[in-house]
Design a protein around this ligand. Sequence first.
Ligand code: NAG
Ligand code: NAG
Ligand code: NAG
Ligand code: NAG
Ligand code: NAG
Length: 217
Amino acid sequence: MYARIFGCLLVLFGVRSSVCSLPCDYIDSLNITDGERLPNGDIRHNGVIYNKTYYREIDYEYEDFATKKYVPKYLRGCLCAVRICVRLCCGEHEYLGMRCTKTDDYLPITVNLSVTETADLRELPQFGFLYGKPCEQVYELVPEERPEDEWNLVRNGSLIIAGVHVIPRNKYCLAPRLNASYTSGLVCFMSNEEFKYNLYPVGKYQASHKGCVIPHN
Ligand SMILES: *[C@@H]1O[C@H](CO)[C@@H](O)[C@H](O)[C@H]1NC(C)=O
Ligand SMILES: *[C@@H]1O[C@H](CO)[C@@H](O)[C@H](O)[C@H]1NC(C)=O
Ligand SMILES: *[C@@H]1O[C@H](CO)[C@@H](O)[C@H](O)[C@H]1NC(C)=O
Ligand SMILES: *[C@@H]1O[C@H](CO)[C@@H](O)[C@H](O)[C@H]1NC(C)=O
Ligand SMILES: *[C@@H]1O[C@H](CO)[C@@H](O)[C@H](O)[C@H]1NC(C)=O
């Protein structure tokens, strides 16, 4: 907290810094520049309303969540502060084939929310989506072939494998597949080769990742 306030003061004194910008981790936010500005200053993007507490105009992005790059100013909103956020491995209108592929078809995000409840997350207003793999290398869960890969999503955004392994929201992503009744779950490889990076501007957020199976388009 004090580090942030100090950062903001540095900005006032002319030192370029962005530590007083996003009120959430970068990875939990998305570009909402093309959202609709409401008369009270809130922004509506993809049906989600962000008030001033939850969005900022910033001038940077993180390539692969690792490399900070300065870009023209744009608006980012903290989706995970206002919705249960679920990350899709591909883009909004993309399914996972050999790679992320565009389609005009409606792509439901059908998941098990418990042993007895299956739902299309697009139809549940408490959920919101982020896009892109959270790590470079992910592997796909295949419950059709391996019962120990069965998973469900809980209402705090974590994915639970076989009822026991809890995978938090930034360690997995979901991908609709064509003609499949369920959405695929893909989980980040936890490698022992630690690759640490600095994601959070103040330097608190660290994670490990490496490698990649979904090719970039
Ligand atoms: C944010 O979105 C706007 C509008 O879609 C786009 O023009 C801009 O390049 C985007 N900025 C970043 C950093 O993604
Ligand atoms: C923004 O919304 C949250 C709840 O969603 C509320 O607690 C907060 O007071 C709001 N902030 C402003 C500035 O309206
Ligand atoms: C969802 O539940 C059904 C019925 O129990 C099960 O057959 C299916 O494999 C589950 N889906 C996933 C992704 O685990
Ligand atoms: C989410 O819920 C699951 C099951 O209820 C729990 O085990 C897990 O710790 C929770 N995760 C977070 C990040 O709250
Ligand atoms: C699978 O998808 C293709 C292309 O969208 C479609 O032509 C075909 O009918 C679908 N098959 C089934 C079994 O749904």
